[in-house]
Write a protein that binds this ligand. Structure first.
Ligand SMILES: [Zn+2]
Length: 273
């Protein structure tokens, strides 16, 4: 699933091609991709608008429109947004095409059909409950510490909870916990202030590094030009088959299930709670 670094890469790489462009048409190959409003209203509110900006919040992409409304896209498990020449044939997994007044146009490709689009007046009706952005200046070790206080849930579950902190999913939670040497089952409220500082630094390092590598293509993630990211080549534990050796100490990486999510860690570097 695309997480913060993948969505940030998509935003950065779409921006120069779409901002200032006018939407001349929309083709929906699968209408279920529009969550809100009705499909008829989606067409009438979007067509003719100019795209004035593009931002990311958590794993959401937010396109601003001249009308003041916003088009919000969540790629979920398998979605990608691809820049294609006008009149390029859509493959069978393309669910929507947004046609623009100049090339290229935007193909929303999504094999599993889980991705969603909203067209709303107020972005907060969709993204209002998200936790803080981990790469913004306001996200300090103190903020992380306050949010962890009295939380009994495993730290792995908290890091991938979008209302606790935005944008981190299974892969980068595993990577950040390994970098901070914290076991995924540690209770959030029991981390020491030193561990919280390490975790804060690890979260930012892991995310910035993955953005630098244009995201991780472990499965169906593509950059808008159709190429793959390389962040997964830096992964220490995430997506490793159990039995691979820890690059730090040589112990086999183990997999456990935390709140239904497979979690990879080194039992030596990240000792038991
Ligand atoms: Zn190790």
């Amino acid at each position: 699933m695309p997480e913060l670094p993948e969505v940030e890469t998509i935003k950065n790489e779409l921006l120069p091609h779409i901002v200032g462009r006018r939407v001349t048409g929309v083709t929906l190959f699968w209408e279920g991709i529009v969550r809100q409003p009705s499909v008829k209203e989606f067409y009438s509110h979007l067509i003719g608008q100019r795209l004035t900006g593009l931002a990311r919040r958590g794993k959401y992409l937010i396109f601003s429109l001249t009308s003041g409304e916003v088009l919000i896209i969540h790629l979920k498990m398998t979605g990608s947004l691809l820049l294609k020449p006008a009149l390029a044939e859509a493959d069978k997994f393309v669910r929507a095409v947004i046609h623009l007044d100049k090339e290229p146009e935007l193909h929303f490709r999504d094999p599993r059909k889980l991705g969603v689009m909203w067209l709303v007046e107020d972005a907060s009706s969709v993204v209002g409950k998200l936790g803080p952005e981990p790469l913004e200046a306001g996200f300090t070790p103190q903020v992380l510490s306050q949010r962890l206080a009295n939380r009994t849930a495993p730290i792995k579950a908290l890091l991938s909870d979008q209302t606790f902190i935005a944008g981190i999913g299974n892969m980068y939670a595993d990577e950040a916990l390994f970098a901070a040497r914290i076991h995924p089952l540690r209770s959030g409220g029991n981390l020491s202030s030193e561990e919280i500082e390490h975790l804060h630094r690890a979260i930012q390092q892991v995310l910035w590094s993955a953005i630098g590598n244009k995201g991780a293509s472990t499965d169906t993630y593509f950059r808008p030009d159709g190429t793959r990211g390389t962040a997964h080549f830096q992964f220490q534990v995430a997506h490793r088959l159990s039995g691979k050796l820890c690059s730090v100490c040589g112990t086999p990486i183990e997999r456990i299930v935390v709140r239904n999510r497979g979690s990879y860690f080194c039992p030596h570097c990240q000792p038991d709670p």
